[in-house]
Ligand binder design. Structure first.
Ligand code: GTP
Ligand code: SPV
Ligand code: MN
Length: 611
């Protein structure tokens, strides 16, 4: 479709301005559909950027530039009008200044390339909860990924009409081509210091430059569905969260919907697609990364998955740990930074087997001896630790039938968690909504390879798993959560809100081994949560919250009763240290925007712990 055929006058003007600034060789409005997807892939194959996989139908492998393998938090900006609105956890630059700098970078940045204008819907097209974005990009890789991750095309323009609201999103890889120059197999991107992932919350705009990687370039995902949507949610009274959504059915056929907020690469996709080891239980997937939730007339929170695909972590995924993800990614899938086997298949660490043949090509394009097992020494991985698959959600064998229901699904429980080698128990139920908000606010986790950072492996506070994704002041975000509880109270519907739990699959023993087997065995915790929501007598009250009564979670094979006891008890000394750190280093960061209610919770837990 041509730009002059756009019916929305504001949109047409915005595209014309972008064309004048970025000077692409040609412009194309994406219509969606298989032939457009195939054409995008074909362009990348011809440019030497993608390899067709002989072993997986209609699937392709891309290798990015080594500098462009994950989100870049220190190049990510929340450019609100006032610095204080961005808060202490976001990078801030004056929006006018940032636009000036980036306009300089965008000038001529699409020379030698085609500009694609992608109309996309986050959420089912036309749903009341859905939001429309328009992404301008010079990357056919981005167009193809957006086709899988969002709903793209003319049908979105039809809903937008001639004056509808959309979030304008600029994206350029920042690598113009000189006359006759081609990518020639080299992933286009800009040097690190020229990369910018910028958000303008007051005007609801996104400007991304210099990176082609997922979270930096597929702008519907973290940029729109979390950073901008969190601001819309604050203003409109709903929640935009970094949460999976799952449907849990017990052996009697009763259903509850549960969400889980864990930081990047901490197990959302795996929990969302879990195959229970507990007989008779069933888990189905509604979403694996992002949840948008609105209060219904009945006082319950209804969640939709705004995405249409999975952008999942490849390493660690195998037929035992996540069979459903392997199936989802068995065809029509884009792989990024995985290894390539001699027979034309992907390979990664912990895929469950060594690589066939004599050699593999690693994520940097180097030929290496084929690994005999599925492990590689640290630093010598064949797949990048943040290698990803982009797979259509509808291909997932355990996708819930209601996953595209525009009304959303009513949530019974929120799980918060992270990678904590010590202190934090396997599962712990908050005593109340406000206690749950307190627990969400102090969440900590080891930093993973999902972000380019020298902190990888260190524990950092990641409140609500939203540290890199909250588009405004985190103190105000805590207040927003408190207000959801207050409003429910005022309406006499507090009992309709989800119950809040804290989980930790990542406790380690003295030898550094995981004490809990995780994956399918996490169903034991889900079952306990399910029963807790029904008020079953399966918990004991402790100073930190409600923990499982001994015997109410059966130990999985290989886990001794002593280990089970350790996982489900309160480490008083560890908690005293934890709380002291919150008091000294965490809460003071938020200054006078830190809600008093959470300081009251801090006082109360100190008292219970005997501080
Ligand atoms: P993002 O897509 O970055 O938001 O990640 P995510 O939260 O969806 O994480 P994902 O489920 O992809 O898991 C990340 C890594 O953690 C993978 O290597 C998994 O194999 C591993 N993992 C997931 N669940 C568990 C678990 O229960 N125990 C252990 N030990 N590892 C897990
Ligand atoms: C994450 O980092 O939380 C992801 C991958 O889900 S990305 O799309 O890059 O944000
Ligand atoms: Mn994520």
């Amino acid at each position: 479709m041509k730009v002059q055929d756009l019916k929305h006058a504001g949109l047409k003007k915005w595209v014309d301005e972008a064309v004048a600034l970025m000077t692409p060789d040609s412009v194309e409005v994406c219509e969606g559909g298989q032939s457009e997807y195939d054409r995008m892939i074909d362009i990348t194959v011809k440019a030497g950027l993608a390899t067709k996989l002989a072993k997986k139908p209609n699937s392709y492998l891309f290798r990015s530039d080594p500098s462009d393998v994950a989100r870049v938090e220190n190049r990510t900006y929340i450019a609100s009008k006032s610095e204080s609105d961005a808060g202490p956890t976001n990078n801030w630059v004056d929006p006018a200044k940032l636009k000036e700098t980036m306009t300089g970078l965008y000038k001529g940045s699409m020379k030698g390339r085609t500009m694609y204008v992608i109309p996309f819907s986050m959420g089912p097209v036309g749903s009341d909860i859905a939001k429309i974005g328009i992404e301008i990009t010079d990357s056919p890789y981005v167009v193809a990924n957006m086709h899988i991750m969002t709903r793209v095309g003319t049908k979105v323009l039809d809903v937008l009409g001639s004056n509808g609201f959309y979030v304008p999103c600029y994206h350029s890889v920042g690598k113009p081509l000189a006359a006759g120059e081609k990518d020639n197999g080299k992933w286009p991107c800009a040097p690190m210091d020229d990369k910018y992932i910028s958000h303008f919350p007051d005007t609801r705009e996104i400007w991304s430059y210099g990176s082609g990687y997922g979270g930096n370039a597929l702008l519907g995902k973290k940029c729109l569905a979390l950073r901008i949507a969190s601001v819309l949610a604050r203003d409109e009274g709903w929640l935009a969260e970094h949460m999976l959504i799952l449907k849990l059915t017990n052996p009697s056929g009763e259903v509850k919907y549960v969400t889980g907020a864990f930081p990047s690469a901490c197990g959302k996709t795996n929990l969302a697609m879990l195959i229970p080891t507990l007989p008779g239980w069933k888990v189905e997937t509604v979403g694996d990364d992002i949840a948008w939730m609105k209060p219904g007339a009945d006082g319950r929170l209804y969640a939709i998955n705004p995405e249409a695909g999975f952008f999942g972590v490849a390493p660690g995924t195998n037929n035992d740990s996540n069979f459903n993800a392997m199936e989802a990614a068995a065809k029509n899938t884009i792989f990024t930074n995985c290894g390539l086997t001699e027979d034309g298949d992907i390979w990664w660490e912990q895929i469950g087997h060594g690589a066939p043949g004599k050699t593999v090509i690693d994520w940097k394009g180097q030929t290496k001896p084929a690994p005999q097992t599925d492990k590689s020494p640290k630093g010598e991985e064949i797949a990048h630790p943040n290698a990803r698959f982009t797979a259509p959600a509808k291909q997932c064998p355990c996708i819930a039938k209601e996953w595209e229901d525009p009304k959303g699904v009513p949530i019974s429980a929120f799980l918060f968690g992270g990678r904590r080698p010590s202190t934090i128990p396997l599962v712990n139920q908050a005593k109340s909504w406000i206690h749950g908000v307190f627990m969400g606010s102090i969440t900590g986790s080891e930093v993973t390879a999902a972000v380019i950072s020298d902190q990888v492996g260190q524990v950092r506070r990641d409140p609500f798993a939203m540290l890199p994704f909250c588009g405004y002041h985190m103190g105000d975000y805590f207040k927003h959560w408190i207000n959801i509880g207050k409003k429910a109270d005022a309406d006499g519907k507090a009992d309709k809100l989800p119950k809040i739990f804290f989980v930790n699959w990542f406790r380690k023993d003295a030898e550094g081994k995981f004490m809990w087997p995780g994956y399918g065995e996490n169903s034991r915790v889900l079952a306990w949560v399910f029963d807790r929501c029904d008020g079953k007598d399966n918990c004991v009250e402790t100073p930190i919250g409600n923990l499982p009564k001994p015997g109410t979670i059966d130990a999985p094979k290989g886990v001794s009763d002593a280990v089970m006891k350790e996982l489900c008890s309160v480490d008083i000394e560890g908690w005293k240290k934890e709380i002291a750190d919150v008091r000294k280093n965490h809460y003071p960061k938020f200054g006078d925007r830190m809600p008093k209610e959470l300081y009251d919770e801090l006082d109360a837990i100190e008292k219970r712990l005997g501080v």
